[in-house]
Design a protein around this ligand. Structure first.
Ligand code: SAH
Length: 465
């Protein structure tokens, strides 16, 4: 059976700048081949079953050769796989997407190209630079700075230097001195504004602005290197006015638990980058549901337990009507609210009722009460796959529960544990704070149990004034 290859544009860096079809293709993929420009959190859109292949190449040090990448694409597709070749920006703007497509066509592999937002345009915007502007530039030119290698043609500097529009060089950092020299030698003013933007749209974005005479020194002084965009032209002047900085820009927060979308959204809307780090997964256990038949009262420990219970009920050919006449008690108000969303109004919460002796507790790993009949419905297992995050790249981590903290720290190796001290831990309650201190976090900030409080605390800690 033949598979298919999608040459997929990942956008400029910020994972939220992926297209809708891009997100769907990642979810459908059996295999994803990605490289070093890709933000690893994009891989969170893949299914747990997908294999992730890092074909990342460093500029002078090709990890996987282009010919090998081409071969992998063909082989996986012939093996019947749904393959995504995840490429930075737009697949057809440099980065050899056109060559990959040609190979696929020649080999008779079904393929498609899904566009992405190119860094050449969006990366400038992330530095407050509109690539065109009525007063400054009526065209733009996207140029490779990597011209001498790979048999590419020499650049026609005379032609380039005479363009009035914005010049954007990609893959140009190694050639920056040459680019500036040639542009000046062919007639551009030394005072022509230049911006260099590294890791545009990502938490690690860095930018300097200067002109054709000064930019080399500035780049060296600010330690800016590849991958970066070099923008040349009067539009660069606008960055002083249009480069709006957001309070949490550059802050990289780790959320080591499954989706808490509200906290994620609030952090991201303030300019932070937040990544989920899923340490454990819930594995369903097959429970003997016959004990439920006779029980007048069910205590529900968590919405996860309830969902597993309903799944099993349905699998045995029954449904919620099997609960008719039984009292449903929720562990607490949070669980009660979740149950209501799932269509079940609890008759009370544990703290406010007296349980009879013959109740059944629907739970996870261990019973939270003594006395009743405990029905374990799931257990925690290591998450089937971890995304390639580097702990050293985060500033902060948020723990909403002691469980999230324990699961996370337990799963780390020794060198990762040593990195914990460098992460500020924001905990949502005093018990969690105490546990975090005990586990080696040097800076623990207690945010009580509120999302609002947590966002505020992170802002106070990192705000750039
Ligand atoms: N297809 C990509 C470009 C691939 S070539 C696109 O459309 O954006 C690789 C070059 O793109 C890098 O050397 C760098 O110049 C640029 N680039 C890609 N992503 C970038 C980012 N987030 N920040 C700065 N430069 C980036």
């Amino acid at each position: 059976m033949n598979g298919r290859v999608t040459l997929l544009g990942a956008g400029p860096g910020d994972p939220e700048l992926l297209t809708l079809i891009g997100k769907r293709r990642l979810h459908e993929a059996d295999v994803v081949l990605y490289d070093r420009l890709i933000d690893p959190s994009l891989l969170a859109f893949t299914s747990d079953k997908a294999s992730l292949v890092d074909v990342g190449k460093l500029p002078e040090h090709h990890k996987v050769k282009q010919s090998q990448i081409n071969q992998l694409l063909v082989d996986y597709a012939r093996d019947g796989k749904n393959v995504v070749r995840l490429k930075a920006g737009d697949p057809y703007v440099f980065g050899r997407g056109g060559e990959e497509a040609q190979v696929l066509e020649q080999q008779g592999v079904v393929f498609e190209v899904v566009p992405g937002i190119t860094s050449a345009i969006a990366g400038l915007a992330a530095g407050g630079i509109p690539i065109t502007h009525r007063d400054y530039a009526s065209s733009f030119h996207i140029i490779t700075g990597h011209h001498k290698k790979d048999g590419q043609k020499e650049l026609d500097w005379g032609n380039i230097a005479h363009q009035e529009g914005t010049l954007v060089f990609l893959m140009g950092m190694a050639q920056l001195p040459t680019i500036c020299r040639e542009l000046v030698a062919h007639g551009k003013e030394k005072a022509t504004p230049v911006a260099v933007i590294q890791w545009a749209t990502q938490w690690r974005q860095k930018m300097v602005t200067g002109d054709l005479a000064t930019i080399n020194d500035l780049v060296a002084r600010h330690h800016i290197s590849s991958p970066a965009l070099i923008a040349v032209g009067d539009v660069v002047k606008l960055s002083a006015q249009l480069n709006v900085s957001r309070p949490l820009q550059g802050v990289h927060v780790l959320l080591p638990y499954s989706k808490r979308q509200r906290l994620f959204n609030q952090l991201v809307d303030r300019g932070a980058t937040a990544d989920f780090y899923q340490r454990t997964a819930k594995q369903a256990l097959t429970a003997d549901l016959t004990v439920v038949d006779q029980a007048p009262v069910l205590l529900v420990d968590s919405i996860a337990a309830y969902q597993q219970f309903v799944n099993q009920l349905v699998n045995t050919g029954k449904d919620l009507r099997a609960l008719t006449g039984k009292k449903i008690i929720a562990l607490n108000q949070v669980v009660a609210r979740h149950l209501a969303t799932a269509g079940l109004i609890a008759d009370g919460v544990l703290a406010e009722v007296n349980l009879p002796t013959d109740y059944v507790e629907l739970g996870g790993e261990k019973p939270l009460t003594t006395g009743g009949h405990f029905l374990p419905l799931y257990q925690k297992a290591p998450h089937p796959r971890q995304l390639p995050f580097d702990l050293a790249e985060f500033n902060a981590v948020v723990f909403p529960s002691t469980d999230s903290l324990n699961d996370f720290v337990l799963a780390l190796d020794d060198s990762q544990r040593a990195q914990l001290a460098g992460l500020k831990a924001f905990t949502m309650g005093p018990t969690i704070s105490a546990a975090a201190t005990k586990l080696g976090f040097q800076e623990v900030i207690d945010c009580r149990s509120e999302i609002k409080e947590t966002v505020k605390a992170i802002e106070e800690e990192f705000r750039r004034d």
